[in-house]
Design a protein around this ligand. Structure first.
Ligand code: TRP
Length: 450
C-alpha cells in the first residue's frame, strides 16, 4: 500500500506544496478585504494572534495524524483507535471533511474563474482597446461558466499527475513566481500618491475596534481558511511527508509563510484602495465603510488600473495572473482530498478518480452559478464559517484524546529526536486537548448567540 502512495521528494517540496495550498484567494483577497471591512490594523493584530494561538496547533494536529496514518481523511481517523464507536465517529468526520472540501472547491473555482477572466481582459486593455464593452471584464453566465470550467480543468490536470510530478512540481514553479510578482506590485503601488494613507490605516490598530464581537469570529474563520484547515487538506499533505522531516518546524514555516504573504497582500491592496481614492474613485460604500468583497477586487482595483493608463493595464495583468496562480496551487490541494479518498477507498486509478471527482464538483459549481443568489453565499457560510471550525474541533480531539500519547510522541520524534525536551512537547499536547477545542467552541457559541 504505502509503496503506491506518493511522497514529497524533499522538505522544500513539501513546504512549497503546503504553502501553495495555504496561500490563495484567502490571503490575497480574503485577508485584505476582511481587514478593510473590520477597520484595518485591529483586525491584522487579532488575526496574527489567533493564527499562532489556534491555527498553528490545529495545523500540527492534521499534519501529525496524516503522517502517522499515511491515509486519506476518511481512512485516517478510524485508524487511531480500536473502539468501534470511535471508529464510526472518525469515519463520519472524515466523510464530512471530504464533502466540505468538495463544496469549498465548487465555489472557489467560480471565484477563480472570475479572476482568470480578468487576465484576457487586461490583455485587451494593453492592446489599446479601452472600451466599455470588454467581454472578459464583465460578468455573464457564459463567461463565468467557461472560465470556471477552464480553471477546473487546469486543477484536475495537475492533480491527475500525482503528488511529485503534479502537485509538487507545479507548486515549486508557481509559488516563487507568485512571491516575486507580489513584491514587484507592492513596490510600485507604494510609490503612488495616496498610498501612505492606506498604509497608516493598515498598520496602526484602532484598539477601540478589538472588542467588536464579529471581529473575533471573522478573524478565526479567516485563519482557518487561510491555513486550509479542517477538511483534511493538510492531513493528506501530511500523509506524503517523509518520516525524516521535523514536523513542528516544517509546520511553523508553513504558518509563517502563509501569514507573511497575507500581510504582504494587505500591503498591496489597502494602499491601492487609497491610491484609487486619490484618483477620484469611490472607496467608501454608503454606510461609510471601506468597500470590501468582490466589488473591491473586481471593480475598484480594475478602475484604478485603468486610470493609470498603459502602465496600469500592465499592473492589472500581473495582478490577476498572480491571483490565478495563487488560486490554482490552492485548488489542487482541495481536489486532492476527495481524489485520495476515491482512489484509496475504491481502488481506482488516479486519473480516473480525478476525472470523476472533478466532474461532480464542476457540476456543483454550475448549479451554484445558475442559482447564484440562493446558493453562493449560503455555501460559503455553511462551509467556511461553520463546518471548518467544527471539523477543526474534531481533529484536535482525535489528535489529543484518541491518538495515544506514546504514539503521538513516537510520531513527532521521527525527524525531531529531542522532542521530549522541547517547548513544543511541553505545551502542544495539553493545548490541543483542552485549549483549542474550548476556544473554538467558545467563539462558536459567542457567534451563534450574537
Ligand atoms: N487556504 C487557501 C486560501 O487561502 C484555500 C484552501 C486550500 C482551503 N485548501 C483548503 C480552504 C481547504 C479551506 C479548506 O485561499
Amino acid at each position: 500500500m504505502s509503496s503506491e502512495r506518493g511522497q514529497f521528494s524533499s522538505r522544500f517540496g513539501f513546504i512549497t506544496a503546503a504553502t501553495g495550498s495555504a496561500v490563495g484567494l484567502g490571503n490575497i483577497w480574503g485577508f485584505p478585504t476582511q481587514t478593510a471591512s473590520h477597520g484595518g490594523g485591529a483586525f491584522v493584530l487579532v488575526y496574527l494572534v489567533l493564527t499562532f494561538l489556534l491555527a498553528y496547533p490545529a495545523l500540527m494536529a492534521e499534519l501529525i495524524i496524516g503522517r502517522h496514518t499515511r491515509h486519506n481523511m476518511v481512512g485516517a481517523l478510524p485508524q487511531l483507535t480500536t473502539r468501534p464507536a470511535l471508529k464510526a465517529i472518525g469515519r463520519a468526520t472524515g466523510l464530512y471533511g471530504v464533502l466540505i472540501a468538495s463544496l469549498i472547491l465548487s465555489f472557489y473555482a467560480i471565484v477563480a474563474g472570475w479572476l482568470m477572466a480578468q487576465v484576457p481582459a487586461a490583455l485587451v486593455n494593453i492592446t489599446g482597446q479601452l472600451t466599455d464593452t470588454n467581454w472578459f471584464a464583465q460578468s455573464s453566465l457564459i463567461r463565468d461558466s467557461l472560465f470556471c470550467a477552464l480553471f477546473s480543468v487546469l486543477t484536475a490536470a495537475i492533480v491527475a499527475r500525482g503528488v511529485k510530478d503534479g502537485i509538487e512540481r507545479w507548486s515549486t514553479r508557481l509559488m516563487p513566481a507568485l512571491v516575486l510578482l507580489m513584491l514587484g506590485l507592492v513596490a510600485s503601488v507604494l510609490t503612488l500618491p495616496g498610498a501612505m494613507e492606506g498604509l497608516r490605516l493598515y498598520v496602526v490598530p484602532d484598539f477601540g475596534l478589538i472588542t467588536d464581537p464579529g471581529l473575533l469570529t471573522s478573524a478565526m474563520g479567516q485563519a482557518f481558511f487561510s491555513l486550509s484547515l479542517g477538511v483534511g487538506t493538510m492531513l493528506v499533505y501530511g500523509s506524503y511527508v517523509s518520516k525524516t522531516d521535523n514536523l513542528p518546524l516544517t509546520g511553523a514555516y508553513v504558518a509563517l509563510i502563509d501569514t507573511g504573504i497575507a500581510f504582504l497582500a494587505g500591503l498591496l491592496i489597502i494602499p491601492a484602495m487609497f491610491v484609487a481614492q486619490h484618483r477620484g474613485i469611490k472607496i467608501y460604500s454608503s454606510e461609510n465603510t471601506l468597500i470590501a468583497g468582490p466589488d473591491l477586487i473586481l471593480q475598484t482595483l480594475p478602475e484604478l488600473f485603468n486610470s493609470l493608463g498603459f502602465v496600469g493595464a500592465f499592473i492589472g495583468l500581473i495582478f490577476f495572473l498572480l491571483l490565478s496562480i495563487a488560486a490554482l496551487t490552492s485548488s489542487i490541494s482541495m481536489l486532492e482530498v476527495p481524489v485520495t479518498f476515491a482512489l484509496e477507498q475504491f481502488k481506482i486509478s488516479r486519473s480516473r478518480a480525478t476525472g470523476l471527482v472533478a466532474s461532480v464538483i464542476f457540476s456543483i459549481s454550475l448549479l451554484i452559478l445558475f442559482n447564484f443568489e440562493q446558493l453562493f453565499g449560503a455555501v460559503i457560510t455553511a462551509t467556511t464559517k461553520y463546518s471548518q471550525p467544527l471539523l477543526g474541533v474534531f481533529l484536535c480531539v482525535f489528535a489529543g484524546w484518541v491518538l495515544h500519547r506514546d504514539k503521538l510522541l513516537g510520531e513527532i520524534s521521527e525527524g525531531f529526536t529531542d522532542v521530549e525536551k522541547s517547548l513544543f512537547w511541553k505545551i502542544w499536547p495539553g493545548y490541543i486537548r483542552f485549549i483549542c477545542p474550548l476556544l473554538i467552541t467558545i467563539m462558536f457559541v459567542q457567534h451563534i448567540v450574537n
